[in-house]
Write a protein that binds this ligand. Structure first.
Ligand code: FHN
Length: 444
């Protein structure tokens, strides 16, 4: 923009969307599986017979469990029912094109045999490298694997929430080196990793060290050319996160939509950049919680609507699974995967490689559009009792499709749907002449 830009050392490194092959693939994936798995899966939200309603992966803090007690859960981590190939097959059937796994969550426990802390999988009864098993199994199914990494670390003695003394500053320097070493190790030892998903970066300690977030972004891209990082990692010279002090997105995509989606009428600015939303099945449980009766559990259809909503605004949708401590995946999650999968098998062409269509949203559902094509996808969730779908076309649009389409005024149409009870979202594909009227780009 023409407004005065401040000189930032650690701000955005480029503007606009990346268009290299790695980023194009990331964008075309559209639907992914998030997996939160760590020691918190063992107690599953229950401690000394008491059930804690708050997020299961926060049990250590909700139940005020001392670090040494929590950390000794490591000696119980033995997921005898874990089968990486079965997980990957389930994800494939669900239609996930990528999977993002918590290599280390806030508790600090590492799912890979890292050289930089003993608090890792190789010191559990299970011993084997779970991360390697997962990467291999998912890649064998053609699914990209991305690594979630929490910088916030409840286990590491050098972690600081803020820097208030010289001692803090020295300790935190050591911590930042530890985290960068771990990240370099992940990027080096798992060469097929596509993206790094940072979390736990909101504390003052990180915000005061914007330089480190840029250094890590650069390091990962050096070790792993094409690597993708989310905006959560980043803070600029002034501690501004995600979007730098000049209003530019940092990292390769915006990752602030957690358990919520952008409003399809008001938040169209998101179509200017790449973005991803992540979603839980219950209200707020990422790790395994034994008791899912504590909150609303989203149905496969609710989740499917979110997948479509997200694609219609040019984003990726990351649906969370929290496997149990024994490595099994609960029935509800298996059912969700199967039901979403059945629809995706038949209709994935309106999701994968699709984007914001630029058409005015209507109450019946969402538009998606395959990049550069002359077809427009209507994904219908709410069929009006009249069976008539309103369509307001961008000026000058000409349809090739005639069947079912009635022109009622200039650039206004009704699509006639058979009146019946629909059990799954319906897909209608309309062909237009050339790329007419399509607004691939959001205009301010
Ligand atoms: O606190 C975490 C939470 O456990 C989970 O990992 C989510 C995923 O986006 N992120 C955090 C909060 O932003």
């Amino acid at each position: 923009s023409a407004t005065a830009q401040q000189k930032l050392q650690y701000g955005a490194q480029y503007t606009g969307k990346r268009t290299d092959a790695a980023m194009n693939k990331w964008r075309s994936n559209r639907f992914g599986q998030f997996i939160h798995w760590g020691l918190y899966a063992i107690p599953g939200g229950v401690w000394n017979g008491k059930t804690y309603n708050y997020a299961a992966e926060f049990l250590k803090s909700s139940a005020k469990i001392p670090t040494s007690t929590w950390d000794s859960l490591m000696y119980q981590f033995n997921p005898v029912k874990f089968n990486a190939k079965e997980w990957a097959k389930m994800a494939k059937k669900m239609g996930a094109k990528y999977m993002t796994i918590t290599t280390k969550h806030h508790e600090g426990f590492c799912l890979w045999p890292t050289k930089f802390t003993e608090f890792n999988i190789s010191h559990t009864p299970y011993k084997k490298d779970i991360l390697k098993e997962l990467v291999e199994a998912y890649n064998a199914e053609g699914i990209d694997v991305n690594f979630y990494y929490s910088v916030l670390d409840w286990h590491h003695p050098d972690w600081r929430y803020d820097i208030k003394s010289a001692e803090d500053s020295i300790a935190f320097r050591r911590f930042l080196k530890f985290a960068a070493d771990q990240l370099r190790e992940l990027a080096t030892n798992y060469p097929t990793v596509k993206a790094f998903w940072f979390d736990g970066t909101w504390d003052n300690s990180i915000k005061k060290n914007g330089w480190w977030t840029l250094e890590v972004e650069k390091m990962l891209k050096e070790v792993r050319p094409g690597a993708i990082v989310n905006s959560r990692l980043r803070a600029d010279d002034f501690g501004k996160r995600h979007i730098d002090s000049n209003g530019e997105l940092m990292g390769d995509y915006e990752s602030g939509y957690e358990r919520r989606l952008p409003n399809p009428y008001k938040d169209l600015q998101v179509t200017k950049w790449d973005w991803e939303a992540c979603m839980t099945v219950p209200e707020n449980q990422w790790g395994y919680h034994k008791d899912w009766s504590l909150s609303h559990v989203k149905s496969p259809l609710e989740l499917l609507e979110m997948v479509v909503h997200t694609t219609s605004m040019g984003g990726n949708f990351l649906l969370n699974f929290g496997p149990a401590g024994d490595g099994s995946i609960r029935k509800e999650e298996q059912n969700i995967a199967a039901e979403i999968g059945a629809w995706m098998q038949a209709n994935g062409h309106v999701i994968y490689n699709c984007d914001y269509a630029g058409w005015e949203k209507q109450d019946w559902g969402y538009y998606t559009k395959q990049k550069g094509s002359n077809t427009l996808n209507l994904v219908v969730f709410n069929v009006p009792v009249s069976g008539l779908l309103k369509i307001k076309a961008p000026a000058g649009t000409r349809f090739k499709t005639k069947q079912g389409l009635e022109e009622i005024a200039k650039d206004q149409y009704l699509f006639h749907m058979p009146i019946q009870l629909y059990k799954v979202p319906q897909v209608i594909i309309l062909e237009t002449e050339s790329n007419s009227g399509s607004g691939d780009k959001y205009q301010e």
